[in-house]
Design a protein around this ligand. Structure first.
Ligand code: UN1
Length: 508
């Protein structure tokens, strides 16, 4: 399929408005400039999107607020039915949308498709959830009283996403928010406007046909001031933000100040511990996928390997061998395992991190070079490092893997926990005691802790998120839906007396 055919099949054109509320209601192209989409593999412009103006913002937010008043009255299982239809539309367009993800953010096709599959899984999950959203019933201490809790929609949910998962992370939030009775305003990364538009075309067509236009609205902008207006907007009771720690901290402060809710998914500095009993074949495969997949640009990417000193030589030689097999290039080519970084800034950060680690005394064990353009390609890199070096404490969104050694598991767990971030973690072991120690309260301090599985590639059924500088939010599965609803405790007196709680007597 040519790019032109791909665009047509996804309803995209070379130039289009960047704000929409339904498949017919588009914002005007009123002079707020353009957001340009570039292919990171060759720098070519894929399309131009008219950025939203302040006036567009007002129209979009008024629209989703208005629409929520009717959407909240639709029974949750009926809302789920609409999400089921969206899941079906995504299945039909999986190949095209997966290709667009590859084109716009440089993931290999298998990972682009995987991301669309993650949306489909999320839709299925949300459909089931729409018949649950359970509240509990409590035993009242008073006669002829009934006490229970119920969950109501919050209102309008604001979702701000990053370039690295340009479609799936929105789906985690939006599908659950929608079955919960909320409408959603999405500000995608300005580095991936076409993915957001294509997804909105698909969803809006379904929503319009089902008679529910305007449940999802899209705000494309590259202006921080407009994003900030969204974060400050009291009509958005929840802001779900995926991105960097400094911006996440700002979001938390601003939303906290207005006593709104924020759901934060910030950085990761994820480690794989490989102990003296580990199956090195499994560990190697998991580490390569975790460190090289998505060119190291997942929040869950493996950034550190903490290996028992007895396994160090073997593991490093296996990793070097595996890295040498990684074909780098056009992410749409079938044999390619690693595409480009997102842009020139990302390449500069890769280079700066390597300069810093070498300066600190690190030894490059594999790679270490920026590849000639066009396109933002770098070599996946392995560096022997120390866990307490400044650069090792930071998340660099690039395929750089720091390797360090340990003698006792306690030491390894200490190293793994001794970073600001707390997203994902993994231990490779065949030893029950080591595994249980790692999973115990004395073990990993992360939101995700795996045994004999790498740090990335989580299923949607579990709650996704992490502790400390990762922000504490949980998205996707388990009971993450509760963040998108408000809890109401209800007590009903069906008797003829008015007994007070705690046996209090008031007056006669
Ligand atoms: C992210 O990088 O923001 O676990 C999300 C994973 C994916 C999601 C990553 N399911 O790697």
């Amino acid at each position: 399929m040519t790019t032109a055919e791909l665009f047509t099949s996804l309803g995209l054109s070379q130039e289009q408005p960047g704000g929409c509320f339904s498949s017919t209601a588009w914002t005007s192209a009123a002079g707020a400039g353009f957001v340009e989409s570039r292919n990171p593999s060759n720098g070519a412009v894929l399309g131009r999107v008219c950025a939203c103006s302040d006036a567009d913002y007002t129209i979009l937010v008024d629209g989703v607020c208005q629409r929520q008043l009717s959407w909240r009255q639709v029974p949750a299982p009926k809302r789920g039915e609409v999400i089921r239809l969206i899941g079906q539309a995504l299945r039909e367009h999986k190949d095209a949308l997966g290709t667009l993800v590859s084109l716009e953010v440089g993931k290999i096709k298998a990972e682009g498709d995987g991301e669309v599959q993650e949306m489909i899984d999320m839709a299925d999950f949300a459909v089931g959830l729409s018949r649950m959203l359970y509240g509990q019933t409590m035993q009242s201490e008073r006669p002829r009283h009934r006490m229970y809790e119920q969950w109501h929609p919050l209102g309008v949910v604001g979702v701000i996403t990053a370039f690295n998962f340009p479609v799936a992370v929105w789906a985690w939030n939006a599908f659950i928010a929608a079955v919960a009775g909320n409408t959603v305003l999405w500000k995608p990364s300005p580095k991936a406007p076409l993915c957001a538009l294509a997804v909105h075309h698909l969803c809006n067509r379904v929503l319009d046909d089902a008679g529910h236009p305007g449940v999802f609205a899209l705000l494309i902008t590259d202006r921080n001031a407009l994003a900030d207006r969204m974060v400050r907007d009291e009509r958005l009771p929840l802001i779900s933000f995926t991105g960097s720690v400094p911006v996440g901290r700002h979001v938390a402060e601003v939303v906290g100040h207005r006593l709104g809710r924020s759901l934060l998914e910030l950085s990761g500095n994820n480690a794989v511990i490989v102990d003296e009993t580990a199956d090195l074949e499994l560990a190697t495969r998991a580490i390569v996928f975790g460190a090289v997949g998505t060119a190291g640009q997942r929040c869950t990417s493996t950034r550190r390997v903490i290996v028992h000193e007895s396994q160090y030589e073997q593991l490093v030689s296996r990793l070097r061998f595996a890295y040498a097999q990684v074909t780098i290039g056009d992410p749409l080519m079938p044999d390619v395992l690693m595409g480009p970084l997102i842009d020139g800034h990302a390449v500069a950060r890769y280079q700066a991190a390597l300069d810093a680690v070498i300066q600190a005394g690190g030894e490059i064990l594999y790679g270490g070079h920026v590849l000639p353009g066009p396109g933002h390609f770098v070599q996946p890199t392995i560096v022997r490092a120390q866990h307490d070096w400044d650069i090792v404490q930071q998340e660099t969104f690039a395929p750089i893997l720091y390797v360090m050694t340990f003698q006792t598991l306690d030491e390894a767990i200490h190293m793994q926990n001794a970073v600001p971030q707390g997203l994902s973690s993994a231990l490779f072991t065949q030893h029950l005691r080591q595994s249980e120690t790692f999973l115990s309260a004395m073990g990993s301090d992360c939101g995700i802790a795996n045994i004999n599985i790498g740090t990335s590639g989580a299923e949607i059924g579990g709650a996704f998120g992490g502790e400390k500088a990762t922000g504490g939010g949980r998205e996707a599965g388990s009971d993450a839906w509760k963040a998108y609803m408000r809890r109401q405790t209800t007590t009903i007196n069906w008797g003829t007396e008015l007994p007070l709680a705690q046996g209090v007597r008031f007056g006669r």
